[in-house]
Design a binder for this molecule. Structure first.
Ligand code: GLC
Length: 426
């Protein structure tokens, strides 16, 4: 039996040292890349955490290159790693991830009535065999940026065809005395961006990457090869710095922003960056329009953009959805759109604040609606690797044997496409 004194001491101790352990933090792991306006994303994530006390978003920042980011994410998915809940997906991945069973179908959270609020192309890209696997965050489409001041100075109109672009660049280069000025800056490193750039040349010459109905490569067809030779001999051979062969988006944008290129191919985000005097020497001197075509062809913009997906191996799918819904809701899309990322929610193209800050979205909307997707197939990744190797050697080596390289690439492409044909056989 304890004395009343001991009981009092025990009670006092319990009162002064509460035994309640603090609520355990719930972590949600998000695999992302480093965004342009990083501080805005930091705020957005902090706001989600503030609205959801006890939840911590742990970010893993992957590489910028879509190809390298794909390797990181697919490695985790192959390992069934529960340490990744939510991740960014390039517009070309949902078919592959869905067919591998790596991403959670989102239909119960993201019904057609809600999907209708979004632009149709990214919704289609996220749909595989009738189910939806990602929610689009922003849309991309290739655009031509140009030095309005230099074209005006030399009395030249913005080019509508690729040969005109090369000719205009040569006129300006011959008359300007700046030894650092070059004609064109785009993305020609061996990675996914190269496929986007080359696809725009090939399709605007009436060619294609492969015949999606016949499941047969089209790289060996004359229109595709002519476009590749044009890039090798005229875009890279005549008006670009050879450094473009190692450029992804950031390096090519930096060259243009430093005032060292007359023409530049990039996605919509580049508009705010080139017009920000803190980051750019050519703010206010830039024009933008749809990409040129070959004579007789039509301008083609590759469809790009990023979505959020939820890993099938996440142990917190409900919370993961809460985060995805927050990040893709109207309010956050608006905040991201104000940083220059083109929204995927249709209604935001009517939003006065967004259009006030980004009037270019109004004219770009048509390009977004017409942008051409890269073929939607679970084997896109191996096909892209074949094309990346082909395009890279074809345009980087001045006297490359394009016939032979195209033949080999077409043969390899057909082998991969044969697998699809066998799969679809009854
Ligand atoms: C952009 C596009 C993406 C594309 C990539 C290539 O991030 O949104 O779709 O694959 O560029 O570099």
């Amino acid at each position: 039996m304890q004395s009343p004194c001991t009981v009092l001491i025990v009670l006092a101790t319990l009162i002064s040292f509460p035994t309640r352990t603090p609520a355990k933090e719930i972590q949600l792991r998000f695999v992302t890349w480093r965004p342009e306006a990083a501080w805005v994303w930091d705020r957005v994530i902090a706001d989600f955490e503030a609205e959801n006390p006890g939840v911590k978003i742990v970010r893993e920042v992957g590489p910028h290159s879509s190809t390298e980011f794909h390797d990181l994410v697919t490695q985790k998915l192959r390992n069934r790693d529960p340490g990744m809940d939510v991740f960014f997906m390039d517009v070309i991945w949902p078919a592959e991830f869905a067919s591998a069973g790596w991403t959670l179908p989102l239909d119960r959270f993201f019904p057609p009535s809600e999907q209708k609020e979004f632009l149709p192309a990214p919704i289609q890209a996220n749909t595989y065999q009738g189910r939806i696997y990602g929610v689009p965050v922003f849309i991309d489409a290739g655009l031509l940026y140009y030095r309005k001041d230099l074209l005006q100075k030399h009395h030249l109109p913005p080019p509508r065809t690729w040969p005109e672009l090369v000719a205009n660049a040569k006129v300006i280069l011959a008359k300007e005395t700046d030894p650092h000025l070059t004609g064109f800056s785009g993305q020609f490193k061996q990675y996914e961006g190269l496929v986007c750039n080359m696809m725009e040349y090939i399709l605007s010459n009436g060619g294609s990457l492969w015949d999606e109905k016949e499941l047969k490569s089209a790289l060996e067809l004359p229109r595709a090869k002519q476009a590749v030779v044009f890039v090798r001999d005229r875009i890279i051979g005549e008006i670009s710095h050879r450094g473009v062969l190692a450029y992804q988006e950031p390096e090519s944008l930096a060259l243009f922003s430093e005032g060292k290129a007359i023409f530049h191919r990039n996605w919509p985000y580049a508009w705010q960056a080139v017009n920000d005097p803190r980051k750019s020497k050519i703010s206010g001197k830039v024009g933008m329009r749809p990409l040129p075509a070959f004579p007789g062809g039509k301008s083609v913009a590759a469809l790009g953009g990023w979505q959020l997906g939820i890993s099938r191996f996440s142990r917190k799918p409900e919370l993961a959805w809460k985060f995805v819904a927050f990040m893709t809701g109207r309010e956050i899309q608006k905040r991201l759109a104000l940083t220059g990322l083109a929204p995927t929610r249709k209604g935001l193209y009517e939003d006065a604040d967004i259009i006030g800050k980004n009037p270019q979205f109004k004219s770009q909307l048509e390009t977004f609606l017409l942008a051409v997707p890269r073929p939607r197939t679970p084997v896109y990744s191996p096909l892209s690797n074949i094309m990346q190797r082909y395009f890279s050697s074809a345009v980087a080596i001045p006297a490359s044997d394009v016939d032979q390289l195209a033949r080999l690439a077409a043969r390899d492409t057909d082998r991969v496409l044969d697998l699809l044909r066998e799969k679809s056989r009854p």
